[in-house]
Design a protein. Structure first.
Length: 132
């Protein structure tokens, strides 16, 4: 059975980014982090997002002193993998190469990223030559 895709809205993703980058935080901590990024959201809005994310199983909370502390239960990589799989399935019937080619043709890469891409391609070539 296929894994259910992780569906998060834009606001939920902003909250998840705050948790991934800042670790476990209170509602106020998340709100302040969002404000630093130019997202002016109310405390109650952040609480709503965190409650929804907890209901979806992607965030957990623990009561510490007088406030709840929220932490991400899933990694950024797992959300990335899920969203890219959905994109590839929806736009290219599961073929990943067109997405990769589009990114290479239209996006900018640092020298380190280019070196990493070259290494991945060399590894793919090696596996193709030695199919054990």
């Amino acid at each position: 059975m296929a894994k259910k895709p992780i569906e998060l809205g834009e606001g939920e993703l902003a909250v998840m980014r705050a948790l991934w980058e800042g670790g476990p935080q209170t509602v106020r901590d998340v709100m302040n982090r969002l404000h630093e990024r130019g997202r002016n959201v109310a405390y109650t809005t952040v609480l709503t997002f965190l409650t929804r994310l907890e209901q979806k199983g992607v965030v957990a909370s623990d009561k510490r002193d007088t406030a709840y502390v929220y932490r991400a239960r899933i990694s950024r990589q797992s959300v990335t993998a899920s969203r890219i799989k959905t994109l590839v399935d929806q736009l290219y019937d599961g073929a990943a190469a067109p997405v990769l080619l589009h990114l290479i043709e239209h996006e900018r890469f640092t020298p380190q990223e280019i070196a990493q891409l070259r290494k991945l391609i060399q590894d793919l070539d090696s596996r193709a030559e030695d199919p054990r």
